[in-house]
Each structure stands twice: as structure tokens, then as C-alpha cells.
Design a protein around this ligand. Structure first.
Ligand SMILES: [Zn+2]
Length: 261
């Protein structure tokens, strides 16, 4: 299949029958919002990244936990027990579809949409106070992934893929331009990106259940390779991920990388 569509993240060939609907009601205005979740037995491909982000069939596997109601603008935590499998047909007619509230309605096919998502998470940290430690970790991890999304797929396609006929030449040009712009935006945001990681490390180091590998990865993304190595040395079991993490620390590489998939 030769890919001719402009960006990596367009789910144009996703089989939507692999997903099922769920419904949540806004606690402020009672509007119904329709969400989609992957059916557990239908995931064809999972991709894991070093920052913990998992993509199943091109859709992030980590469920969205904060919702901005598209009807009234109320920001709320999604409670598991507030999710319904069905609602009356009459309510479905006026329910808000997934693109209206997913990722706060931001268009992630555009780099500015990705920046808008980042700004939403910063705003959520400000508006949802007081946050418990676990809640703050959830928001700040989402923020970390949103920053890394600015260049996460930048190396998906290389010129050799054009030569091999895997992708269309014009797609490759557009994709490269898009990725370069994303990387430039990421660099321009680095100060805020690092401030978020510093706070995330502070929170995780307080939690006795935190995995040293997660903290090692955060230090690596900060470029603090000695500290990253120190945390990595606490891990006895050598997995594929730990070995890769070790390699990237040795290379003094602070970019997010694909672990599997
Ligand atoms: Zn509402």
C-alpha cells in the first residue's frame, strides 16, 4: 500500500468496528458525550514509546481522564462509574460526538492543534486545584506525552521509503516539513517541557511505588544522563526496554524513542 495521505496520525484506515461507544454525562449541564474505546480483543497493532505512551491501532491506549464539556465548557475528571454502555435513542440525537471533546477538541493533525492541547493541560493543572498527587501525575504525564507528540513520529518515514515505493514522494515532502515544524515548536517550548518533568520527578520520587525506569527515562529526557544512569542501576532485571534505555543514555540522546511495535 502506498501512503498518500498527508500525516502519520490520520486514522483513515482504522476499522471503526474495532471500537465500541460509551456515553458520559456532563456533571454540570447533563449533556451526553459519546466516546470510543477499543474492544479488548480487536487490537491489531500496539506501539510503545519510551515515555510510556502506548498507541493501539493509531489511537492512544491511555484513556482520556479529563474532559472539557463542549456544551458548557465545564472541566471535569472522567469517573469510571459515570460511563454508560448505552443511552436512550432520543438522547443519542443530541449527544456530542467524540471529536467534539476528545483531546479537548484540538486538531492534532496540525502542529498548532498540538500546542493547543498542551495549553489545555497547563490550564487543567491551574483550574482543577486542589489535585491529589495521583491526579497531578496523570495530568503531567499527559502533558509530557503531548509535548513529545510534537515530534514523536518524525522518523517514521525516510527517503528510502520513497525509493522503495512505500510512500508517495509528495507525502514525504509534506510530512518532513510538518515534522520539522513540530520539532522547532518542541524546542521553543523546551523550558516549559522541562519544568513539567522536574515537577513530575518530584511527585514520583515521593511515591514509594514509582518505577526507577520511569524516573530514569524522565532524567534522560532532561539530558541529565548521570542521574538517569543512577536510577537505571537500581534495576536488576534487564528487559528489552531497560537495555534500549541504557543504550540511549550512553548515546546521550534525550529524544523520545519507539520501544516496540
Ligand atoms: Zn456541560
Amino acid at each position: 500500500m502506498i501512503i498518500t495521505e498527508p500525516f502519520n496520525f490520520i486514522p483513515w484506515f482504522i476499522d471503526m468496528t474495532s471500537f465500541e461507544d460509551f456515553y458520559i454525562s456532563c456533571p454540570c449541564c447533563s449533556s451526553w458525550l459519546i466516546g470510543k474505546k477499543a474492544k479488548a480483543d480487536s487490537v491489531n497493532q500496539s506501539v510503545l514509546y519510551s515515555d510510556g505512551m502506548i498507541i493501539n491501532d493509531l489511537i492512544p491506549a491511555n484513556p482520556q481522564q479529563i474532559v472539557l464539556c463542549p456544551a458548557c465548557g465545564f472541566l471535569f475528571w472522567m469517573q469510571k462509574d459515570a460511563c454508560h454502555n448505552s443511552i436512550p435513542e432520543s438522547d443519542k440525537l443530541t449527544a456530542y460526538s467524540w471529536p467534539n471533546w476528545r483531546f479537548f477538541g484540538c486538531n492534532l493533525l496540525d502542529n498548532h492543534g498540538k500546542i493547543a492541547l498542551i495549553n489545555h493541560y497547563w490550564k487543567a493543572i491551574e483550574l482543577l486545584q486542589p489535585l491529589s498527587v495521583q491526579q497531578e501525575i496523570i495530568v503531567r504525564k499527559s502533558l509530557l506525552w503531548a509535548y513529545n507528540d510534537l515530534y514523536r513520529d518524525a522518523n517514521t518515514w525516510r527517503f528510502v521509503d520513497v525509493v522503495r515505493g512505500k510512500i508517495n514522494f509528495f507525502y514525504w515532502i509534506i510530512s518532513r516539513k510538518f515534522n520539522r515544524k513540530g520539532r522547532a515548536l518542541f524546542e521553543s517550548e523546551r523550558r516549559h517541557f522541562e519544568a513539567n518533568i522536574h515537577r513530575l520527578i518530584e511527585l514520583l520520587e515521593r511515591d514509594p511505588n514509582s518505577e526507577p525506569a520511569v524516573i530514569a527515562e524522565l532524567y534522560r529526557e532532561l539530558g541529565e544522563f548521570e542521574k538517569a544512569m543512577l536510577h537505571l542501576s537500581k534495576i536488576v532485571r534487564r528487559t528489552h526496554y531497560i537495555n534500549l534505555l541504557n543504550t540511549h543514555i550512553q548515546l546521550r540522546d534525550k529524544s523520545v524513542f519507539k520501544v516496540a511495535g
